[in-house]
Design a protein. Structure first.
Length: 722
């Protein structure tokens, strides 16, 4: 049924929004409520709002609440992640956004643990919004209030919104081979069944959750195709123009010389170990300004202070109000580690402050290194910035204003939240150190530095993505001084998970409720076997989406020249059988068997870093699947092979000092697309491998796989999870 967008509650809600609600957001919220009224929804088949991390999901679902309360609904229950911080932030957001409706006596809003037990009939006559965190005692309090204290509320038409649905409500456990529902979803569903008239809406940013919700036992279809069958409907939350997410961090960052290409700063695995605990054998805190053991953390602290100072300098010059900036250190979950990291950060700032005041050379060296680093991205952004001498003049005052806060308990975070439920930025330079309590939902303004080291035992897509506090509405000027510090292996895992997320999201956007994703694993013999989505929770995954590249091998070197001379000659000859001599021969079609044999020979020439491996088995499995799944009978089992010779790419890009990944070009992409729209492509680049380019003085072949323009999303797991 059509929704009235001019009702008093929605009108007052919309008037409180800054910036104003977009037409796309209003349309999405209205479609959502229309379907909640027209389509039966419950815990087993909810409506679904699918957004992106930090992209405006809350604004959209609150707009839907306002429209719903103007329509037939008398009660809205919002379930939040099980922390007081997020519950408090959500309630503060509701009271701010619905302030007009509350003042005009249309709406009352409560946290369930602070809901009065003596509400009057007048109060009970209002539309109610109740916030309840997903935790046993809170759910018990909610049940008691609705069923015992105020049973008349249980008779109202009720909208249940499950925020962060992938966190607790999408929960299944496998015990002894049997899939059972997790505790919190059962509690929510039990309550729902006792209410008279309920519509159920889940809100998530991780489309993977749509594939983790079986109706009964998980059964793997013969072709591995899993459909997102549970949602009664799915609405995609519009993404605003200022949104920065995985596309920026893991796709645009591949463009050499772009602002995004300077984001990632590699942290060594050894340094992450140093940050776990105080071990004098590996790091002496008295050497914090010089020790290589904490090189990246020290760099991150100095770069954050310099970057924030530059942003405030720019704001003064542009006659804009000065902003306060934030930096997160999120590497461990233990309080012992957080305490140790806080000691290091405090000591770095204290010793640097003393060195600056004493005009010691180390202070200038660290400041100038940070300025030089930021100068590359600031220049790429085309914005004005001060010279080192000007920064130096204000550096001591900036260090005096730097504040470090440890955030690893509910009590601490309660003390740190402001009136809007966000972490307070008390000074211009705010450093937050914490663990799980920082990982989901909590909004942190003006975040320009993120030192990240979390590596879950199972690198679940939903867990890792939700850690991405650096996503969200970011100004271009802030991005020019933003840095993301993590190990290469974690960065690679996050990049793969981004690809995974995008593949699933693309399928849903293209196919809606009929979208399908094929989940496959390659066994030890390289054969493709369908598997359940839950088997892809390991970080050893690759995703296939139409018209894209598989993960580009990078950071490798070649075996010793004496070892590869014969292998290289044999590979050159094997390629020459199918492709003409010359630097730019035309693309040809070859069988998948030929392509796999070539990939095996290519892999034999290369040596990969342990933290940046290349899974040739997965590449072969992806090629074979795409080749055999080709709907064009004339091309089934075929691969486009494009060869380019005489290349001289450096191992490390000079523009941003990162490993080279810009191997192909638009011309070559066009060539393989012209050859076939439906066959996968193997692109081989014969590099000269000169020593002055960072190689070992012997040629080698650099492989790249492109997916066809027409293809279904596929997820490959290298291994099965037990």
């Amino acid at each position: 049924m059509p929704i009235d967008r001019n009702g008093p509650i929605f009108t007052l809600y919309a008037s409180a929004q800054s910036p104003a609600l977009s037409d796309d957001t209003t349309d999405c919220a209205a479609r959502t409520v229309e379907q909640l009224l027209d389509v039966a929804t419950d815990e087993n088949k909810p409506g679904m709002l699918l957004g992106k991390i930090q992209s405006g999901k809350t604004r959209t679902f609150l707009a839907a609440v306002a429209l719903a309360l103007d329509a037939e609904f008398g009660l809205a229950i919002i379930f939040t992640k099980g922390t007081r911080a997020l519950a408090r932030q959500t309630l503060a957001r509701i009271r701010r956004d619905f302030r007009g409706a509350i003042e005009q006596e249309h709406v009352l809003a409560f946290d369930i643990r602070a809901m009065p037990d003596n509400l009057t009939d007048w109060e009970l006559g209002k539309k109610l919004i109740i916030v309840c965190k997903k935790e046993d005692d809170n759910l018990a309090a909610l049940s008691d209030n609705l069923l015992q204290v105020y049973p008349q509320l249980a008779q109202r038409k009720t909208l249940i919104i499950d925020d962060e649905a992938d966190f607790a409500s999408v929960g299944y456990r496998r015990t002894g081979g049997i899939v059972t529902a997790a505790v919190i979803p059962v509690q929510i569903d039990t309550l729902r069944q006792q209410l008279a008239d309920v519509a159920f809406l889940q809100v998530t940013a991780t489309p993977y959750s749509l594939y983790l919700q079986p109706d009964g036992d998980i059964e793997v279809p013969p072709n591995g195709l899993f459909l997102p069958v549970r949602p009664a409907f799915t609405e995609l939350v519009p993404v605003h123009g200022g949104y920065i997410g995985g596309e920026y961090y893991f796709e645009q960052s591949l463009v050499a010389g772009s602002v995004a290409s300077y984001l990632h700063v590699e942290v060594s695995e050894a340094e992450m170990e140093v940050l776990k605990e105080n071990d004098p054998a590996t790091f002496d805190i008295d050497e914090c300004l010089a020790s290589q053991a904490i090189e990246s953390l020290r760099r991150s602290i100095v770069t954050f202070v310099v970057g924030a100072w530059i942003r405030r300098w720019q704001e003064r010059h542009d006659h804009r109000p000065p902003q306060r900036y934030s930096f997160i250190v999120h590497t461990e979950t233990t309080k012992t580690a957080h305490s140790w990291q806080a000691q290091i950060v405090a000591r770095v700032i204290g010793d640097l402050r003393a060195a600056t005041q004493a005009n010691e050379p180390v202070a200038d060296e660290l400041l100038e290194a940070a300025h030089a680093d930021l100068a590359f991205s600031l220049a790429a952004a085309g914005v004005a910035f001060p010279m080192p001498a000007e920064v130096r003049a204000g550096f001591a005052d900036a260090l005096n204003a730097a504040m470090t806060s440890t955030v690893n308990s509910e009590k601490q975070i309660d003390e740190l939240l402001d009136e809007s439920g966000q972490l307070q930025l008390r000074t211009p330079y705010n450093i937050f150190i914490g663990g799980q309590i920082l990982d989901r939902g909590l909004t942190i303004e003006n975040l320009i530095g993120f030192f990240y080291g979390r590596r879950p035992k199972r690198a679940q897509q939903d867990t890792v993505l939700q850690h991405s506090r650096m996503y969200g509405n970011r100004s271009p000027a802030d991005l020019a001084v933003t840095r993301f510090y993590t190990t290469q292996s974690i960065y690679n895992s996050m990049s793969m998970i981004h690809d995974f997320d995008t593949a699933l999201r693309t399928a849903i956007e293209a196919g809606g409720q009929n979208a399908g994703v094929i989940f496959l694993r390659s066994d030890q013999n390289g054969r493709l076997v369908p598997c359940a989505p839950t088997k892809t929770l390991l970080s050893t995954i690759n995703s296939v989406r139409p018209n894209s590249r598989l993960q580009v091998p990078a950071g490798f070197t070649t075996r010793e020249p004496a070892e590869v001379a014969t292998l290289l000659a044999e590979l050159d000859a094997a390629i020459g059988i199918h492709v003409d001599d010359g630097d730019t021969p035309p693309a040809v079609m070859v069988s998948i068997d030929v392509a796999e044999a070539i990939l095996d020979r290519v892999a034999a020439l290369l040596v990969f870093r342990p933290d940046a491996p290349w899974e040739v088995r997965t590449f072969k499995a992806a090629l074979r699947h795409l080749a055999t799944a080709n709907a064009n009978p004339a091309e089934q089992g075929q691969v486009v092979l494009l060869v380019r010779r005489g290349r001289a790419l450096p191992r490390i890009r000079r523009s941003d000092n990162r490993y080279q990944t810009a191997v192909d070009s638009a011309i070559e992409t066009g060539a393989v697309t012209t050859a076939s729209q439906q066959a996968p492509a193997l692109l081989l680049y014969r590099q000269n491998g000169e020593e002055d380019e960072g190689w070992r003085g012997i040629p080698f072949w650099w492989p790249l796989v492109r997916t066809p323009v027409i293809a279904r999303a596929v997820v490959f797991a290298n291994e099965e999870q037990a």
